[in-house]
Write a protein that binds this ligand. Structure first.
Ligand SMILES: Nc1ncnc2c1ncn2[C@@H]1O[C@H](COP(=O)(O)OP(=O)(O)OP(=O)(O)O)[C@@H](O)[C@H]1O
Ligand SMILES: [Mg+2]
Length: 505
């Protein structure tokens, strides 16, 4: 028997009832999907299992025996291991793969001065093989890709003999191939009898890999269902409590003159001879696979890194932003991909984050006008749909998806002419996604130029007017959205048609 049950779990934070009376049970080697809108309580429920929040109401049973999970170590001792999306927090970058996999054993079993390195390497190798981590176990973890780092953590879980593995949005930053690889491993460890709890906002993935699905809404259990018994629209309705008719807004915006031009641009991050232009009122997609150079280009446009050749023009005038601050001054805004690292100050309240890029608007001389800040923030919170008890809440206390909405919201208040979005809907639930698409359409409606970088081709097809495809740091193809297809985007993103390639400019 391998059963884990949570009964009547209630968890309250100041001003927020994150979970109320939730029952949850997994057993006998299953892959369970855990879904719900941003702020529904998914991560909180799993953090309770992982010993992060020892104070909660309700009971936890392992194989029908009541247990007290008081700290992360007691969770591990009960066979529960969680892999967070921010994998770096659980790894030591300057140690090797083997040392990271064997971390707990090194700490706990080597009480004396003697460490049996041979045994450690041998055991680590076994765990790495089991999870298909195809790399030298003597490499330093800091040199691994994100997906390899996840494998190290899963390898660690396997070595610790975990019985219940929790993956909290593991696939958000992964490429399609990396996701496939992860799923293979997840299936393999399920066959070994481990329970896997899998959180994702990508419903297609949930249906691809999970047998049963548990839905949370506003901290309450909606139900647990066989995946076969639900369609995606039915699932969305259970998550949100309402139907979504059309994810993408069907509004035509009028296009003006070219506002933003990039000519033969080369520079850091492997950017090589990029050409593109955006008109006022136009949403232009930047399509490409993970690693195609989209993020690097967005950064370069925003004054991060060095331009070695070419020019960036705003309304016909060359801009030479050497820092993001200068880029903002010249009229650019960027919602970056890695929100926690770059997009927001997590230890500051929401209102500070939201008004920071446009602080001048809320100051009289050197005096900050608190009332103005407050009303602008509450308006923005409402518009982007940030779930929070107040505008003074620290961003670190918001759910992952709501943090992302802060990163988006803070730029919506700015007077920039050009808005660059880099994978803005990562980790955002389906309902909020369509609201964000609406807000981006509004920007275009106001005559702004929008560059929208994403590897989700349905977003390109649903939202943009034109699209540039990137491959290996170069814009390899320009397409009109209404005349293209997912297949064509994939073809060029994967380097197809390169022989016949003409430069896009
Ligand atoms: N440490 C905390 N302090 C205060 N409130 C918190 C804390 N952690 C979570 N919350 C609140 O609890 C609720 C549930 O958050 P949780 O992170 O569990 O959501 P989630 O379902 O994982 O959402 P997402 O899909 O955005 O990751 C949210 O309203 C969140 O703001
Ligand atoms: Mg979460």
């Amino acid at each position: 028997m391998n059963k884990l049950s949570m009964k009547g779990i209630t968890k309250t934070f100041p001003g927020v009832k994150a979970l109320s009376n939730v029952d949850f049970e997994v057993s006998n080697g299953e892959i369970r999907g855990l879904i719900g809108a941003n702020g529904a309580g998914k991560s909180t429920l799993m953090k309770i299992l992982a010993g992060v929040y020892p104070e909660y109401e309700g009971e936890i049973y392992i194989n029908d025996e009541k247990v007290n999970i008081t700290c992360p170590l007691s969770a591990i001792n009960h066979g529960i291991v969680i892999v967070y999306q921010e994998v770096d927090t659980a790894l030591v970058p300057y140690l090797t793969v083997a040392e990271n996999i064997m971390m707990h054993s090194i700490i706990n079993e080597n009480k004396g001065a003697f460490i049996n390195w041979k045994k450690i390497r041998c055991e680590a190798k076994k765990a790495a093989e089991l999870v298909g981590l195809d790399t030298d176990i003597n490499r330093l973890v800091r040199d691994l890709t994100l997906s390899e780092k996840q494998m190290v953590l899963i390898g660690r879980a396997v070595y610790q003999n975990a019985k219940h593995l929790i993956l909290d949005e593991p696939t958000a930053p992964l490429s399609v191939q990396e996701t496939e690889r992860l799923f293979k491993i997840v299936k393999r460890i399920k066959d070994e009898g481990m329970n896997v709890i899998f959180i994702s906002h990508r419903l297609d993935e949930i249906f691809q890999i999970c047998e049963r699905i548990t839905v949370l809404r506003d901290g309450q259990l909606v139900g647990t269902y066989d995946a076969d018994s639900l369609t995606i629209p039915q699932t969305v309705e259970k998550m949100l409590g309402r139907k979504i008719q059309n994810a993408y807004p069907d509004i035509e915006t009028s296009k003006g003159d070219v506002v933003f031009e990039v000519k033969n641009l080369s520079g850091s991050g492997g950017i090589n001879n990029v050409n593109l232009e955006i008109r006022a009122g136009e949403i232009v997609g930047l399509a490409g696979l993970v690693g195609g150079g989209k993020t690097e280009l967005c950064k370069l446009l925003f004054g991060e890194g060095n331009v070695t050749e070419g020019a960036i023009l705003l309304k016909g005038k060359a801009i030479q932003a050497k820092t993001p601050a200068q880029a903002v001054k010249s009229g650019l805004a960027l919602v970056p991909e890695e929100r926690r690292k770059e997009g927001i100050f997590v230890h500051e309240p929401i209102d500070t984050n939201i008004t920071l890029p446009t602080l001048e608007k809320y100051c009289k001389g050197s005096l900050m006008q608190k009332r103005k800040i407050r009303s602008a923030s509450t308006e923005c919170i409402r518009k982007v749909g940030i779930k929070t008890p107040s505008e003074r809440q620290h961003v670190s206390k918001l759910s992952g998806g709501n943090q992302q909405k802060v990163a988006i919201g803070k730029w919506l208040l700015s007077d920039a002419d050009v808005f660059i979005f880099d994978e803005p809907t990562k980790g955002v639930d389906v309902g909020s996604k369509s609201e964000i698409y609406g807000l981006i359409k509004d920007l275009a409606g106001q005559g702004k130029a929008v560059l929208y970088a994403t590897c989700e081709f349905d977003e390109i097809l649903g939202l943009t007017d034109r699209v540039y495809v990137m491959y290996k740091g170069t814009t390899v193809k320009e397409l009109t959205t209404k005349d293209t297809s997912e297949e064509e985007l994939l073809f060029y993103s994967a380097g197809g048609g390169l022989d016949a390639r003409q430069n896009v400019g």
